[in-house]
Design a binder for this molecule. Structure first.
Ligand code: ADP
Ligand code: MG
Length: 390
């Protein structure tokens, strides 16, 4: 069953935690709800589960409006942040608990529990008690316990938080396999962008009680719609610019990032979102930046060649094998460039020209860009616009 949240609002003491939140999660989808701590993720899950009643809005599971149903009538499996296993029950009985409430035959209980014990690779521990289990094993038990009641919807609230990164990887792998096998619609909450990227399906980014963007992990990274999303997923080179002159195909803008000693003028391809003096955010993928040796060109002059040039100083170089990641200080603002090793002949603290084509900066609009394919902002190298001259 899919899940639909319509206009959900929830305030505590007059402070809005969720504000007219709308979200549609497809049948069978592994949906990740990504956001900072305190952003309303647990509240959202609790509203779906019926543990919290929103001030307004409705919750649908499939075509059922479950807004007025109690949690036990919603057919939901919930895996909490802290596992919350029963300490006095064995692994087997922890998993069987929900079934015992349902008056199912012993034989049927055993069949179902065994199935999920195997499903989460924990069968060998079935007679142990929670205190005898590792964090990863507890997590598997919690998962099996949520799945054994065959819920229509599985909700998971930062379930991997207490696991070390090795265990986390294994459990994440298994979780993904199980989810795909049984196809239960899953909402997985995390503040960890790497976990969100791992699951592949769609990710909603929650910002101040609203969904800023829903996209694949790659889509969020390539086409962030807001500065919050861009920063959250680690997009580099976000420029705050103010357009000062609009020509036919391009715009002259002033970069006005915080920390910059004075605004920097660059030329940018014209996108419909530009308006004179309306400040917007652009970003430039670090792979679209090239560095050139300092020469006699006057500082920060806009050349005619379609290539922007900004004067700066290399302040950090990190080796990533085939490429080098380079940080350049530009009058107090930092920019980042990813340069193939064979093209890099600079030294740390060397003054350089940071160069990029007019079509390299792209607005944070979330749109897959109206430009021809060759000019689209994209991580794929073959789509990079050629950089000549300078
Ligand atoms: N029962 C409550 N009473 C008052 N404030 C609450 C309550 N539950 C949550 N909050 C507040 O709502 C905000 C969102 O909380 P939560 O949904 O737990 O965020 P997240 O899970 O994203 O970290 C937080 O600022 C939190 O302090
Ligand atoms: Mg939480």
């Amino acid at each position: 069953m899919g899940i639909i949240l319509k206009g959900i609002s929830k305030s505590y003491d007059g402070r809005a935690v969720l504000e007219n939140l709308n979200l549609e999660i497809n049948q069978g989808e592994f949906h990740v709800l990504l956001g900072v701590s305190g952003g309303g993720k647990t509240t959202t899950l609790s509203v779906i589960a019926g543990l919290i009643k929103p001030d307004s809005g409705s919750v649908f599971i499939g075509t059922r409006d479950v807004s007025d149903l109690s949690p036990d009538k919603r057919k939901i499996g919930f895996v909490f942040q802290n596992h919350a296993l029963f300490p006095h029950l064995s692994v087997f009985e922890n998993i069987a608990y929900g079934l015992r409430l349902r008056k199912i035959t012993e034989k049927e209980i055993k069949r179902k529990v065994d199935y999920y014990l195997n499903g989460v690779s924990i069968a060998k521990e079935k007679d142990k008690f929670p205190s005898q289990l590792s964090g990863g094993q507890k997590q598997r038990v919690a998962l099996a316990r949520a799945l054994v009641i065959e819920p229509e919807v599985l909700l998971m609230d930062e379930p991997m938080n207490s696991l070390d990164s090795m265990t986390k990887e294994t459990v994440l792998d298994e979780l993904k396999n199980i989810q795909q096998k049984i196809g239960v619609t899953t909402v997985y909450v995390t503040h960890d962008q790497a976990e969100a990227a791992f699951f592949g399906d769609r990710v909603s980014v929650l910002n101040n009680g609203k969904v800023d963007q829903i996209d694949s992990p790659v889509g969020l990274f390539r086409h962030p719609r807001t500065e919050f999303v861009a920063r959250f997923v680690g997009v580099k080179n976000i420029l705050k610019v103010s357009p000062i002159k609009i020509n036919n195909n391009e715009i002259i803008v002033l970069i006005k990032n915080e920390g910059l000693e004075r605004p920097i003028k660059i030329r940018v391809k014209k996108y419909p979102v530009f308006e004179i003096d309306k400040e917007i955010n652009l970003c430039i993928h670090p792979e679209k930046i090239i560095l050139k040796k300092k020469n006699k060109v006057p500082e920060n002059e806009i050349p005619d060649t379609g290539l922007n040039r900004i004067y700066g100083k290399i302040i950090n170089i990190t080796d990533f094998g085939n490429v080098l990641k380079v940080t350049i200080n530009i009058n107090g603002m930092e920019m980042y460039a990813t340069i193939p090793k064979n093209l890099f002949n600079f030294n740390i603290y060397e003054n350089v020209w940071v160069c990029f084509a007019t079509n390299a900066p792209h607005p944070l609009c979330g749109k897959k860009c109206r430009a021809p394919a060759s000019e689209r902002r994209c991580l794929n190298n073959s789509n990079f616009a050629p950089l000549n001259g300078g």
